[in-house]
Ligand binder design. Structure first.
Ligand SMILES: [Zn+2]
Length: 268
C-alpha cells in the first residue's frame, strides 16, 4: 500500500514530466474510483498549465494556472504510469500533455481518488481541514503540545491524522523502535527529550524511504503497490519472532485493530 514516501516519490516523478506543461487531453475511462471522478474534470483541466506539484499527507497535488488543483490519492494499489506502450485494464484516468507525454493512473483495487479543488481553498477542503502538521515539518515542541494530556498510546496517537498527518503503520513502528519508545506508553507521558529522539527518528525513516523510492525512478513513476527496497531494511515491522540486534526477539501486539511490531528489550 502506498505510504507517504511512495506518494512523495510519485509526486517528484510526476513533477519531472508535468511541471510547466499544458494538459492537452484528459479522459476518465470509468465513472469512479473510491468516489466518482469530478464530472467537469476534462472541461476544467484541458488546456490548463501545470504550475507546480506538491503533497499533503498521502495526497498528491497537481496545481494549475486556473486556480484548480487536482488532488489524487493512491488508495491501496494506485500508481501513475508514464508513456506506457499500451493501456492496461486498470488504467482508469489518462492525462496527456502538450509535449506528447502520456500518463495513466492505474488502480486495480480502486480505493484511490481524484478530486478538483480550488487552489486557494485547499486548506479548508474537508479532508485537509483537520489534518495535523506534516511529519517532515513537525518539531518536538509541537508534537508535545499535541500529545499533552493524552492517555491513549503513543502508537495510536501517531497514527491519528489530526495529531500528525500521513504517517502509516510501518513508519510509526520503525520510528518508535529507533527512538526506544514502547508503543503502549501513554502519549502524554513521553518526555520532551524522548520526543526529540522520536521526531528525529520519524524524519530519518521517511527520508530513507523517500531516498530508496527515488532510486527506482526511471521511466516508471514509483511503486506498483510494493514498498520498494526500503522494506528490506525494516528493523521490527513484520518481523515477529525474529531477532533484534540487541539479542532480544521482536514481538507483535494489536492496537486499534492493527499489528504493532516492537522489541521489548529496546523499547520502554
Ligand atoms: Zn532490541
Amino acid at each position: 500500500m502506498p505510504e507517504l514516501p511512495e506518494v512523495e516519490t510519485t509526486v517528484r516523478g510526476l513533477e519531472r514530466v508535468l511541471e510547466g506543461r499544458r494538459i492537452s487531453r484528459i479522459e476518465a475511462r470509468r465513472a469512479d474510483l473510491r468516489r466518482p471522478f469530478p464530472h467537469d474534470l476534462g472541461q476544467r483541466l484541458t488546456g490548463a498549465r501545470v504550475t507546480s506539484l506538491g503533497r499533503r499527507a498521502k495526497y498528491g497535488l497537481i496545481h494549475t494556472d486556473r486556480n484548480d488543483t487536482m488532488v489524487f490519492h493512491l488508495g491501496m494499489s494506485g500508481s501513475w504510469r508514464i508513456n506506457h506502450e499500451s493501456l492496461e485494464k486498470h488504467d482508469h484516468l489518462l492525462v496527456e500533455t502538450d509535449d506528447g507525454t502520456r500518463l495513466s493512473l492505474n488502480d486495480p483495487r480502486r480505493f484511490g481518488s481524484v478530486d478538483l479543488v480550488s487552489t486557494d481553498e485547499l486548506k479548508e477542503w474537508p479532508p485537509f481541514a483537520a489534518l495535523g502538521p506534516e511529519p517532515m515539518d513537525i518539531t518536538a515542541g509541537e508534537l508535545r503540545r499535541r500529545l499533552s494530556g493524552r492517555s491513549a498510546s503513543i502508537k495510536l496517537l501517531l497514527l491519528d491524522q489530526r495529531v500528525i498527518a500521513g504517517l502509516g503503520n510501518i513508519y510509526v513502528c520503525e520510528a518508535l523502535y529507533r527512538a526506544g519508545i514502547h508503543p503502549n506508553r501513554a502519549g502524554g507521558s513521553v518526555s520532551l527529550e524522548r520526543l526529540r529522539r522520536l521526531v528525529a527518528a520519524i524524519h530519518e525513516v521517511l527520508a530513507e524511504a523517500i531516498a530508496a523510492g527515488g532510486s527506482t525512478l526511471r521511466d516508471f513513476v514509483s511503486p506498483d503497490g510494493e514498498l520498494g527496497y526500503f522494506s528490506k531494511s525494516f528493523s521490527v515491522y513484520d518481523r515477529e519472532g525474529r531477532p533484534c540486534t540487541c539479542g532480544g526477539t521482536v514481538r507483535r501486539l494489536v492496537q486499534g485493530g492493527r499489528s504493532t511490531f516492537y522489541c521489548p528489550g529496546c523499547q520502554h
